[in-house]
Design a protein around this ligand. Structure first.
Ligand code: 13P
Length: 261
């Protein structure tokens, strides 16, 4: 892992993670990875890409020798068995995948994923040494109703509550307000910072070391024109990027901006 370049208060490193969602076919994925592989990654920045399942093994092979890590977008909580269509953590590990996004709001919305199930997925990932990238965040209705802190608190308690401090220190959290995902609406720098600080405060119940170690990424229409402001916040340790991760120049610019934060 790269060292932190920000300050003593910085939890550790900046992470720029690209969630490709259900985009790119084989040739397109290969071309995008090739373009990412030649980007320069500043000291203190960790880059992760999450292509769709069929392209994970090829992405790992293609990125051999580079510092970019490959993540999956989901996993099953069981290690094997009669779960048609599912992909287990040991399967991901066997092809060199190092991390996995869990609890994304699109999984919650379209696939009925709950924090209870997400908690089991996180436990499975940690058991096999993969990094969970746990997504949380409130809906527009919850934000307008002033319940955003309560909602995120409950999400974290349900999904992460059973973890001990050592396990928790291996999790990456992504705060993704649902109303900002794919909408062009971004949380303001202040809205992001205050929620990230709130999450950090919740983590501190497990000790200041845990609170310092866990990176908290921002996700939701994060683009080159708003990233510098978001990344400059003390408790924002990078971004989980959707749309802008599908374009190498834009993703490269986000990596560069993370290096300056
Ligand atoms: P956009 O950057 O397209 O808003 O997506 C964010 C996201 O959902 C990343 O997981």
């Amino acid at each position: 892992m790269n060292g932190c370049v920000r300050s003593d208060l910085c939890p550790m490193r900046m992470i720029v993670a690209g969630n490709w969602k259900m985009n790119k076919d084989s040739a397109e994925a290969t071309a995008l990875i090739a373009a990412l592989k030649v980007l320069s990654v500043p000291e203190g920045v960790e880059v992760i890409v999450a292509p769709a399942f069929p392209f994970l093994a090829a992405a790992v092979d293609q990125l051999a020798g580079s510092s970019i890590l490959v993540a999956a977008q989901d996993c099953h909580e069981k290690s094997h068995g009669a779960y048609t269509g599912a992909v287990s953590v040991p399967m991901l590990k066997s092809v060199g995948v190092k991390a996995c996004i869990v609890g994304h709001s699109e999984r919650r919305q379209y696939f009925g994923e709950t924090d209870k199930v997400v908690g089991l997925k996180i436990a499975a990932l940690l058991e096999h040494g993969l990094t969970p990238i746990y997504c949380c965040g409130e809906s527009q209705e919850e934000r307008v109703g002033g319940r955003h802190f309560e909602v995120v608190t409950n999400q974290l308690k349900t999904a992460l509550g059973a973890l001990n401090s050592e396990q928790l220190s291996r999790v990456v959290i992504a705060y993704e307000p649902v109303w900002a995902i794919g909408t062009g609406l971004t949380a303001t720098s202040e809205q992001a910072q205050e929620m990230h600080a709130h999450i950090r405060e919740l983590l501190s119940a497990h000790g200041s070391e845990v609170a310092k170690r866990v990176p908290i990424l921002y996700g939701g229409s994060c683009k080159p024109d708003n990233a510098a402001e978001l990344f400059a916040n003390r408790d924002v340790n990078g971004g989980l990027i959707g749309g802008a991760s599908l374009d190498a120049p834009q993703f490269g610019e986000l990596i560069r901006l993370a290096g300056q934060a």
